[in-house]
Design a binder for this molecule. Structure first.
Ligand code: KIV
Ligand code: ZN
Length: 514
C-alpha cells in the first residue's frame, strides 16, 4: 500500500469560502479535531494576510503536536518572514509558498515575464529554506500552464530546495485523465522529481475535484490537499473525507492508504459545519444526512435482509451510529413492521397490514413520517380494535358577552351508558373541558391546545390538537368539525381514549411477557 499524505486546508482555502469567518478560538477547536482525525498537515492560514490570521496560525502551531502545521505565503520575503514567526514553534514547521505559472495569470495578474516568474520562485524557495526544514512550492493555476514551462520551473525550485511540489487546479478546469497526464508528464520530464513529494490540490468548479485528486494518486501523487465537507473558494475544494473513504473502500483498486482515523469523520464534519455555518447538503457523500438513509421499499427490504445489498460503506466506519430507514411513501411493509417493533409495539400481522394501508395514506399527504405519527396511527388502529371507549354524543354551550359560559356534554362510556354533565368556565372551551372532566371523573390536565383551519373561507373546518396528561402519562388527540367547540371536544375525548389504549396495550404486553 502506498502512503498518501493528507494536507488539510479547511482553515485556509476553506475559510476563503464566501461568508465564512472563523475566530481564533474556533480555528483552534477545528485544528484540534483535525489532529484527532489524523491529517498529516494542517494549513492553518496565511500569516501575512492579517494580524488575526497570524495569531491563529501561531496559536495552532504552538498547540498541535501530532501533525505538521503550515502557512501560506506569496513569493515575497516579508510573507516568508511572517510565516516563520508564526510557525517556528510548530512540531514540524513547513512553508507553503506559491506563484502563478499560467500565461493568463503571469500576464494579467502578476504582469511578469515567465523568466521573472522563474527567478522569483527560485529566490523565494532559497530564502524560505534558510528557515524552514520543509518547503512546499505551488504553481498556482498549474493546470492552465504550458507544460514544458511548468517542468522547467519545477526543476529549478527543486534545485533551490523545495521538498513538496503542488500542482493546483486553481480554477477547477481540469478533467481526471488530463490531470493524471500532467503528473505523468512531470514525472518523466523533471530532473530529481523522485526526490520530492508530488501533491494535488483541486477545486470543484466542474464537480470533479475528488475524481481529479484520485486520478492524481493513480499517476503518482503522494499528497492530497482538500477541506472538510469540501468547503472552499467558489465551488470549494476536494472533500478530504470523500478522498480518504474512496481510498479505503476501493483499496483493491488504488492500493493506497491514508493514516486518517475514519471514525472521526462525522464529528469533524459536524464541527466544521457548525463553526463555519456552511450547511452540509443532505445528499453529500459520506457526511450528508441522507448518506446512510434508505427510503424506497425495495432498498429497505434489501438492507434489512443484508446490509451490503445497498450499502458499500458501513455508517460506523465514518462515525455515524447507524443507517436509517426513512419512512415515507416509497417505504415497504418490511421497514414499516421493523420500525413498529423498534418502538416497542406488538401488533398482529393483521393489524400491521391494516395499519400499513393507513400509513401509505398518510405518507401520500406528508413527506416525513415521524415516530410520533406512527404511534398516533398505532393507537388509532387499537382504538378501532378495542372499540369500547368513550364516545361524544352531544355538546351544548351557552355563551354571551355578559354571561358565565356554561357547557352541557353527553358521553357514552365503554359499556354503552349515557353520562351527562354540566359545568361553567371563564370561556366556552374551559366550560366545555370542565364538563368533560366531570363526566369522565378523571383529573385530566390539558398540556397543549392548538387550533387551525382546514381550508380557507368562513365555512372552513376547524381542526383542534390537544395534549393531555393523566397520572403522569401523556397523550395527544385531534378533532375536526365545522364548529370550533365540537372539534375541541372531539380532540379531548380522542386524547383520553388514546390514553386508555396505551394503558391497555401495556397490560397486554405485560401479560404476554409473563
Ligand atoms: O487553488 C490554489 O491555487 C491555491 C494555491 C494558493 C495553492 O489555493
Ligand atoms: Zn486552492
Amino acid at each position: 500500500m502506498r502512503k498518501i499524505n493528507i494536507f488539510d486546508t479547511t482553515l485556509r482555502d476553506g475559510e476563503q469560502s464566501a461568508g465564512v469567518n472563523l475566530n481564533l478560538h474556533e480555528k483552534l477547536e477545528i485544528a484540534r479535531q483535525l489532529e484527532r482525525l489524523g491529517v498529516d498537515i494542517i494549513e492553518a492560514g496565511f500569516p501575512a494576510a492579517s494580524k488575526g490570521d497570524f495569531q491563529a496560525v501561531q496559536a495552532i502551531a504552538q498547540t498541535v503536536r501530532n501533525c505538521s502545521v503550515t502557512g501560506l505565503s506569496r513569493s515575497v520575503q516579508s510573507d516568508i518572514d511572517a510565516a516563520w514567526e508564526a510557525l517556528k514553534d510548530g512540531a514540524e514547521p513547513r512553508l507553503h509558498v506559491f506563484i502563478a505559472t499560467s500565461p493568463i495569470h503571469m500576464q494579467y495578474k502578476l504582469r511578469m515575464t515567465p523568466e521573472q516568474v522563474i527567478e522569483t520562485a527560485v529566490e523565494s524557495v532559497r530564502y524560505a529554506k534558510k528557515y524552514f526544514p520543509i518547503v512546499q512550492w505551488s504553481a498556482e493555476d498549474a493546470c492552465r500552464s504550458d507544460l514544458p514551462f511548468l517542468a522547467t520551473i519545477i526543476e529549478k525550485v527543486i534545485e533551490a530546495g523545495a521538498n513538496v511540489i503542488n500542482i493546483p487546479d486553481t480554477v477547477g478546469y481540469i478533467t481526471p485523465k488530463q490531470y493524471g497526464d500532467i503528473f505523468s508528464f512531470l514525472k518523466k520530464n523533471v530532473r530529481n522529481i523522485e526526490k520530492i513529494s508530488l501533491s494535488a490540490h483541486c477545486h470543484d468548479d466542474l464537480g470533479m475535484a475528488v475524481a481529479n485528486s484520485l486520478a492524481a494518486i493513480e499517476a503518482g501523487a503522494t499528497q492530497i490537499e482538500g477541506t472538510i465537507n469540501g468547503i472552499g473558494e467558489r465551488a470549494g475544494n476536494a472533500a478530504i473525507e470523500e478522498v480518504a473513504v474512496a481510498l479505503y473502500i476501493r483499496k483493491d483498486y488504488y492500493q493506497a492508504e491514508t493514516r486518517l482515523n475514519l471514525q472521526e469523520i462525522k464529528r469533524t464534519s459536524n464541527l466544521v459545519s457548525k463553526l463555519t455555518g456552511m450547511i452540509v447538503p443532505p445528499n453529500k457523500a459520506i457526511v450528508g444526512k441522507n448518506a446512510f438513509a434508505h427510503e424506497s421499499g425495495i432498498h429497505q427490504d434489501g438492507v434489512l435482509k443484508e446490509k451490503t445489498t445497498y450499502e458499500i460503506i458501513s455508517p460506523q466506519l465514518v462515525g455515524v451510529q447507524s443507517n436509517s430507514m426513512v419512512l415515507g411513501k416509497h417505504s415497504g411493509r418490511h421497514a414499516f413492521r421493523t420500525r413498529i417493533q423498534e418502538l416497542g409495539y406488538l401488533l398482529t400481522e393483521e393489524e400491521v397490514n391494516r395499519l400499513f394501508v393507513r400509513f401509505k395514506d398518510l405518507a401520500d399527504k406528508k413527506k416525513d413520517i415521524t415516530d410520533d405519527d406512527l404511534i398516533a396511527l398505532i393507537l388509532d388502529e387499537k382504538l378501532d380494535t378495542y372499540k369500547n371507549f368513550y364516545q361524544l354524543c352531544s355538546i351544548q354551550v351557552q355563551y354571551g358577552t355578559n354571561q358565565i359560559p356554561t357547557a352541557v356534554v353527553v358521553l357514552k362510556d365503554g359499556e354503552g351508558n349515557d353520562i351527562q354533565e354540566a359545568a361553567t368556565g371563564a370561556g366556552s372551551v374551559e366550560a366545555l373541558y370542565n364538563a368533560l372532566e366531570k363526566a369522565l371523573q378523571l383529573p385530566v390536565t390539558l398540556l397543549d391546545y392548538r387550533i387551525e383551519s382546514v381550508g380557507s373561507g368562513r365555512d372552513a373546518l376547524a381542526q383542534v390538537y390537544v395534549k393531555v396528561s393523566l397520572d403522569g402519562k401523556e397523550a395527544s388527540g385531534r378533532g375536526t368539525a365545522q364548529d370550533v367547540l365540537e372539534a375541541s371536544a372531539k380532540a379531548y375525548i380522542h386524547a383520553v381514549n388514546r390514553m386508555f389504549v396505551i394503558e391497555k396495550m401495556r397490560e397486554e404486553q405485560a401479560l404476554a411477557a409473563q
